[in-house]
Ligand binder design. Structure first.
Ligand code: COA
Length: 150
């Protein structure tokens, strides 16, 4: 429910896909097939959401490894990207992304891609910065949820 402070406290956004979207005709090449680059871009965005939340701020993509395309994505398919942070370094975060589609009309579900993306936490000058300890992130999130409205 949304309270008078405008904050919703009865929804759990910590589970489920980091990103869900639909492949549109504009995402295809002249043959009508969805670009691999579009899929990769959605995965990068999903990983960046997870990495940015964990790093509590600005991050950039520095590496993409172990990328595999298993099946095509077609126009109308609903694509869901799941992100799991698999390693936190000093300034870097490695995130595994698994992407699934629910096929348009048939509703069949298929795993289409997986990959590992690395992000680096950066400051306002674009220089690397340490990733804050996980406890600090959890505490900040908890205090934001329970803070008195101004
Ligand atoms: C991010 C950036 C500021 C880091 O620069 P840097 O100070 O030279 O960083 P380093 O080489 O010391 O690496 C920083 C961290 O990233 C990791 N890293 C760097 N390149 C990597 C790569 N290709 N793959 C995986 N990890 C990588 C390092 O291991 C290090 O990890 P750690 O701090 O957890 O130990 C710089 O590389 C940059 O600006 N790159 C461009 C990023 C960008 O624009 N991305 C969008 C492209 S469209």
């Amino acid at each position: 429910m949304t309270g008078p402070d405008g904050l919703a406290d009865d929804i759990d956004l910590d589970h489920g896909p980091e990103l869900r979207t639909v492949a549109m005709p504009a995402d295809t090449n002249p043959n009508g097939d969805v670009f691999g680059g579009w899929v990769l871009g959605q995965m990068d965005l999903a990983g960046a959401i997870a990495a940015g939340r964990r790093a509590r701020g600005r991050i950039v993509t520095v590496g993409i490894e172990a990328m595999s395309f298993h099946q095509p994505v077609n126009v109308g398919d609903e694509m869901s990207c799941f992100a799991t942070i698999v390693r936190v370094g000093h300034s870097s975060l490695r995130v595994r992304i698994d992407a699934y589609v629910r096929r348009w009309l048939t509703g069949q579900i298929a795993k289409v891609t997986e990959g590992t993306f690395t992000y680096v936490a950066i400051d306002h000058q674009g220089k690397k910065r340490p990733v804050p300890p996980a406890d600090d992130v959890a505490a900040a999130q908890q205090s934001a949820r329970t803070a008195e409205p101004p």
